[in-house]
Design a binder for this molecule. Structure first.
Ligand code: PRP
Ligand code: URA
Length: 206
């Protein structure tokens, strides 16, 4: 399933991020805020279990989250979305998958992975602002599944149709959430209109 989270606040903040004149501080802050806004929709169908509690007045049945939640940023740029999600769900655990895209071949090159205990039983939310060819997301989902993950959501800010199609084909069981579906990829594998190189804009490395 592909869901575009279309909300005026998200569109407003994404427009600030797309603007080439937006500096690192504002880019980071808006990404953080969009991460939090998207988390609300992404977690809408999380499983809950009933619990009996005592209010100051009487006993009643409420609910709590049934499974633990692990957020998995794809390094580096995915790190920019973790804080916003953590603000909404303070109990999340964080796994890390380090991966960069080879500039010539556009193939993902993994360089790091670290998971919390019982990762296989968790609701897994993989985050990365950019879904371009889809290679990085597909490789990250492959790695998470290799660790036993069974319930995975992929949350990106901006996606290209080519990348969405590739992820849907490789992992039809994974729900994809985007803030925007852009037009196409250019000859260098960049999303058009996009927002440029997300990692460099977050970390000020260019
Ligand atoms: C970017 C982005 C994704 C990937 C998307 O990472 O954050 O991980 O490219 O491209 P794809 O869909 O074609 O795989 P990058 O390789 O620039 O690494 P960085 O986050 O460390 O800058
Ligand atoms: N990675 C980015 O950071 N931006 C793109 O447009 C494509 C891949």
């Amino acid at each position: 399933m592909l869901k575009i989270i279309d909300h005026p606040l998200i569109r407003h903040k994404l427009t600030i991020m797309r603007n080439k004149d937006t500096g690192t501080k504002d880019f980071r802050q808006n990404l953080d805020e969009i991460g939090g806004l998207m988390a609300y929709e992404v977690t809408r169908n999380l499983p809950v279990k009933e619990v009996e509690i005592e209010t100051p007045i009487t006993s009643c049945v409420g609910v709590e989250l049934a499974k633990k939640i692990v957020v998995v940023p794809i390094l580096r740029a995915g790190l920019g979305m973790v804080n916003g999600i953590m603000n909404l769900i303070p109990t999340v655990q964080v796994a890390h998958i380090g991966m960069y895209r080879d500039e010539e071949t556009l193939q993902p090159v993994p360089y790091f992975e670290k998971y919390p205990p019982k990762f296989a039983e968790a609701e897994v939310i993989i985050v990365d602002p950019m879904l371009a060819t889809g290679g990085s997301s597909i490789a990250a989902i492959d790695m998470a599944k290799k660790q036993g993950a069974k319930s995975i959501r992929l949350v990106c800010l901006v996606g290209a149709p080519e990348g969405v199609k590739a992820v849907e084909k490789a992992h039809p069981d994974v729900d994809i959430y985007l803030a925007a579906l852009d037009d196409h990829l250019n000859e260098h594998g960049y999303i058009v209109p996009g927002l440029g190189d997300a990692g460099d804009r977050i970390f000020g490395t260019k």
